[in-house]
Design a binder for this molecule. Structure first.
Ligand SMILES: [Zn+2]
Length: 227
């Protein structure tokens, strides 16, 4: 899981909540402007990546009008209505359109796959400091967890984070960037410059699967420097 560093809700979202706190409001009554503002505030806390898989969030819809992201209620609002508007319970996840047409069996991942599944005794909260560290990566793109970390294993299943297309995407990203880093090292770039290039994109945004790149490439590069 990529995780999130919680800050504060979007002002438009907080203001609307304040104005409507005396009403028993449903999530669907949240105005579009307040919802969009909150979505962007949440995305910023996650470096613009899906809180679960770490792919770059996209903001447009596909040709069928399916959104490519959605605001995710970690504790489902059906079972936890009191947390429906709680900023600490909200994150941004890939939407149905991130998985092709979203209906292929085995393709859905992240919040779409999780749906209303939630086990109060067995979960890894995305804003916990140790969230990222409880998941590691193999060079072939698989997500690994500690053998006795049942909550982390459960999250991988609930979110379908080892779906074939995600594993393939991570492996491709790793192989591509390993080759590129090797090429640039041969060109005399410093490790520090390369790590910056690795974790960021040319447009200044965080790279897809930055947590995997940090663990498999940036970490070892720093270790070599320290020797
Ligand atoms: Zn995702």
């Amino acid at each position: 899981m990529y995780g999130s560093t919680k800050k504060t809700p979007a002002p438009e979202f907080s203001e609307w909540l304040l104005e409507n706190k005396h009403l028993s409001v449903a999530w669907c009554s949240l105005p579009g402007t307040a919802k969009r503002a909150e979505l962007h505030a949440l995305a910023e806390e996650q470096d613009g990546l899906c809180v679960y898989c770490g792919r770059r969030l996209e903001y447009n819809s596909d040709e069928h009008g399916q959104p490519r992201n959605h605001i995710e209620h970690f504790r489902p609002r059906t079972d936890y209505p009191d947390q429906a508007f709680s900023h600490s319970n909200l994150f941004v996840s890939c939407g149905p359109a991130s998985e092709g047409d979203g209906s292929s069996i085995g393709m859905a991942t992240c919040g779409v796959h999780k749906a209303d599944d939630f086990d109060e005794d067995l979960f890894v909260y995305p804003s916990r400091e140790d969230c990222q560290g409880r998941f590691s990566f193999s060079v072939s793109g698989d997500i690994l967890t500690g053998t006795e970390d049942y909550a982390a294993r459960k999250m991988v299943d609930i979110l379908n984070l080892n779906a074939k297309h995600l594993v393939k995407a991570r492996e491709s990203q790793f192989l591509l960037l390993t080759l590129e880093i090797q090429r640039q090292l041969n060109n005399g770039y410093s490790s520090e410059t390369l790590i910056r290039m690795l974790l960021g994109r040319q447009d200044g945004q965080t790279a897809d699967f930055a947590h995997m790149l940090e663990q498999l490439i940036a970490g070892p590069l720093r270790a070599v420097d320290e020797v």
